[in-house]
Design a protein around this ligand. Structure first.
Ligand SMILES: [Zn+2]
Ligand SMILES: [Zn+2]
Length: 347
């Protein structure tokens, strides 16, 4: 017999779409591919790593002997000032244009074998400040309308270099999910006079079961409408369109909330936890985004230590998610984990 709350549809207010929660069939036998556990911890410096201090990158440039955050232009840019200007004209209704923008890489630390969650809160705070500055600098370029910052972590998401880093795509368009969030937030404000994300936070607080961590100005939670088994959001409690509006106390609290969530992710299966992390910042195209509430989203690909969430017909072909797990159950797992990283237990 299936429990009613394990089989239902949930509305995603930031995407304007339904999620099918079908957790009642979670234990159906799995005969598909599995993902093996992580190899042993690499050394803190790798002479073959393109991102480690002092090493020569693929472009021939030598990294400085950096000690904190290190930012450089991506050697394999997908958008950039050198993208071809002379393009073939496509037929009929089709359109194209130069891939304008700027792509950068941000190394979190010189230590090859650290992860974001293993950094000290003050190091995470310094990273946030560096990202804020990148956002301001790249966002002021005339061709740039949005600065998209993301980290792919783990081999299951195809990471080519394990050195802890994220990427920046400063683009001449606004990424689709951000555009949708901005539109729905604006419509919600026009219809109700309220900030959509504040209503989400209020609903999360009212329920309480999916809040992973909170302090005086930041919160980490698994949203009611989570699409992935361990999907979580980290947000300031006050509405700011981006990192730029946050004061030093808010940045410190936010870094702490990120740290707690990331440590618990790794502690969940005592392995580096693969995820896609994206900063949801308001666009920089000159429009009014006061109803946009900055946050970071984590979409982890694993449902179990050796089981990937496969995107298939509904997700890839149709565009709506089918969730195999119940957010309340998965949030409960994360709520009950220790805050000391498993690698630092005996340190
Ligand atoms: Zn490295
Ligand atoms: Zn978002």
């Amino acid at each position: 017999m299936s429990q009613p709350n394990k089989w239902e549809q949930r509305w995603h207010p930031l995407r304007g779409e339904w999620i099918i929660v079908a957790a009642h069939r979670q234990d159906r036998p799995w005969l598909g591919e599995t993902v093996s556990k992580q190899s042993p911890l690499p050394p803190p410096y790798d002479p073959n790593c393109f991102f480690c201090p002092g090493n020569v990158r693929i472009s021939g440039a030598r990294n400085p002997d950096y000690s904190g955050v290190f930012v450089f232009d991506n050697d394999h840019p997908c958008v950039g000032p050198n993208a071809p200007r002379e393009l073939e004209h496509p037929a009929g209704v089709y359109r194209n244009r130069p891939a304008d923008g700027m792509a950068r890489v941000v190394c979190y630390t010189p230590k090859h074998n650290k992860s974001l969650g293993e950094l000290d809160p003050s190091e995470i705070e310094n990273l946030l400040i560096a990202l804020r500055d990148q956002y301001a600098e790249l966002g002021s370029r005339p061709e740039v309308t949005h600065v998209f910052i993301f980290e792919n972590r783990g081999e299951v998401v195809g990471v080519s270099n394990p050195h802890p880093h994220c990427q920046i795509y400063a683009t001449n368009f606004v990424f689709k999910f951000i555009e949708t969030e901005a539109r729905l937030s604006r419509e919600h404000f026009e219809n109700t006079g309220r900030i959509l994300f504040q209503d989400i936070l209020a609903a999360e607080r009212q329920d309480g079961r999916r809040i992973i961590y909170e302090n005086s100005s930041a919160i980490a939670f698994m949203p009611y409408f989570a699409r992935y088994a361990y999907e979580c959001f980290v947000a300031p409690k006050a509405t700011h369109p981006g990192l730029a509006g946050m004061n030093s106390g808010e940045l410190r609290d936010f870094a702490q909330a990120l740290k707690v969530l990331l440590v618990r992710y790794d502690n969940l299966w005592r392995m580096p936890f693969p995820y896609v992390m994206t900063l949801h910042h308001a666009p920089m195209d000159g429009q009014d985004y006061h109803s946009f509430h900055f946050h970071i989203e984590f979409q982890p690909q694993l449902r179990k230590p050796n089981l990937l969430k496969y995107l298939a017909g509904p997700e890839i072909g149709g565009g709506n998610f089918l969730s195999d797990t119940l957010p309340e159950d998965k949030a409960n797992e994360l709520r009950n984990l220790p805050d000391i990283h498993f690698r630092q237990e005996n340190a």
